[in-house]
Design a protein around this ligand. Structure first.
Ligand SMILES: NC(=O)c1ccc[n+]([C@@H]2O[C@H](COP(=O)([O-])OP(=O)(O)OC[C@H]3O[C@@H](n4cnc5c(N)ncnc54)[C@H](OP(=O)(O)O)[C@@H]3O)[C@@H](O)[C@H]2O)c1
Length: 296
């Protein structure tokens, strides 16, 4: 059985992947307590102990405000973390497949030039914030370093995803459920389109990628959306419908995202998956998730 080492295994995606991949792989789950990806020595010690066949880097700092205010810390983790992992593997001379989890946020951009319909794998990236730049530079580093060391890196995959929800921690789904149950007025962002993605579906897709005959490269793993979806209002409506809460009960105020977030966010977080078998449509998956975990 091949051995997978997962960093960030205490987080939303890391937890899901750790559970999901256990049927096919021996999984080493490393939480932040077990490994510090900004510290080459910590990484080296863990990789030397476990000598994995595959490394999936889910460790990251996601708090975009924190990243903007602490760029050195953001770059040390979100950019240099994968570099430290790659350098440790080169030193260990252990042939490995590496997976860097990345984000739709690398496309950044402004409202004027954003692609509401979504971005393909090789579209130009336009990061603006520290979080976006660090994740973009991490993508560049893995391509550069892994391609230069084919003897160590059997394959490398950059797997971008969108607006994740799942059981690993509280997400926008819990927040929206709470708002719908507790409030009469809702502030709704009107200039943002996303790819809401169930971590369970992502994990299935990643399992297929690892088991398939794919060449190294960039992949998009997201639930499908139609052009012009999925806005905050689309998601709220679907959840309200499931909870049988009439949307007419709410006084809606439409705001632009710059009123909501202190740091620029990508207006379009929609990713187009043109290389892998498609994951289910976001509406189908979110409905399934709500029925499974939030039945009335
Ligand atoms: N969540 C989303 O909507 C989303 C969307 C697109 C892409 N992604 C990408 O998906 C990946 C996983 O995201 P997630 O939602 O699972 O994030 P998460 O729930 O915040 O989990 C990230 C984990 O990384 C750990 N971590 C942070 N700094 C670390 C460090 N220096 N060394 C080792 N571990 C560290 C955190 O531990 P502590 O909390 O204890 O520090 C946390 O358990 C990230 O690469 C992210 O960019 C996420």
């Amino acid at each position: 059985m091949k051995r997978i080492l997962i960093t960030g295994a205490g987080g939303l995606l890391g937890k899901e992947l750790s559970g999901h991949l256990k049927s096919q792989f021996e999984v080493i789950q490393l939480t932040h307590q077990d490994i510090e990806i900004a510290d080459p020595e910590s990484i080296h010690a863990q990789l030397e102990t476990h000598r994995p066949d595959i490394v999936i880097n889910c460790a990251a700092i996601l708090n975009i405000n924190f990243c903007e205010q602490n760029p050195a810390k953001c770059y040390a983790v979100n950019r240099d973390g994968i570099k430290n992992i790659l350098e440790a593997l080169i030193e260990l001379k252990k042939p490995t497949i590496v997976v860097q989890i990345s984000t739709s946020e690398v496309f950044g951009g402004t409202f004027q030039n954003c692609k509401v319909e979504g971005y393909k794998e090789n579209d130009d990236r336009q990061p603006i914030s520290a979080y976006q730049k660090a994740k973009k530079e991490a993508e560049d580093l893995i391509q550069e370093i892994a391609s230069a060391h084919p003897e160590t890196f059997l394959k490398w995959f950059i797997v971008r995803t969108g607006w994740l929800y799942g059981r690993g921690r509280q997400t926008f789904v819990d927040r929206f459920i709470n708002d719908l149950k507790e409030k009469n007025e809702l502030s709704v962002i009107q200039d943002q389109w996303r790819s809401p993605t169930w971590t369970h579906d992502f994990a299935e897709g990643l399992n297929n990628l690892l088991g398939g005959n794919y060449a190294s490269g960039i992949f998009h793993l997201v639930n499908e959306v139609n052009a012009g979806e999925a806005t905050t209002l689309d998601v709220l409506k679907l959840i309200a419908n499931h909870l049988k809460i009439p949307m007419e009960k709410f006084r809606l105020t439409f705001v632009n995202q710059d009123k909501f977030f202190k740091v620029p966010r990508a207006p379009s977080n929609v990713l187009l998956n043109t290389k892998l078998p498609k994951l289910p449509h976001w509406r189908v998956s979110l409905q399934k998730y709500l029925e499974k975990y939030y039945s009335l």
